[in-house]
Design a protein. Structure first.
Length: 91
C-alpha cells in the first residue's frame, strides 16, 4: 500500500513541477511531430494564420491533384496536413 501512495505522490509532484501529467508528454511530442510534418508539407510556418494555411493547401493541392499527374495518396496527405494545422489553430 505504501508503494501505491508513493507512486501517486510522484505523479502529483510531476504534475506540479512539469505542468502536465506524465502520460501527456508523449502525446504532446506526437502532436508536435505531426504539426512539424504538416508545416513542412504545406510549406508554412508553425504560426501560420488560417488563411495562410488554406492558401498553402490550395497551392499544394494544385500540384498533387490526380488530374495534374499526382496521386490520391498525395491528396489525402495534403488534406490531412491542412486539417492538422487548422485543428491546432482552434486549440
Amino acid at each position: 500500500m505504501k508503494i501505491v501512495w508513493m507512486v501517486a505522490l510522484a505523479i502529483v509532484a510531476w504534475r506540479v513541477v512539469a505542468g502536465r501529467w506524465p502520460w501527456q508528454s508523449r502525446l504532446d511530442a506526437r502532436r508536435r511531430d505531426a504539426i512539424a510534418r504538416a508545416c513542412d508539407l504545406l510549406e508554412v510556418g508553425p504560426r501560420a494564420s488560417r488563411q495562410e494555411i488554406i492558401n498553402a493547401h490550395r497551392r499544394k493541392l494544385a500540384t498533387v491533384h490526380p488530374d495534374r499527374g499526382g496521386s490520391n495518396e498525395a491528396v489525402h496527405l495534403v488534406n490531412a496536413a491542412r486539417d492538422t494545422l487548422l485543428a491546432e489553430i482552434e486549440r
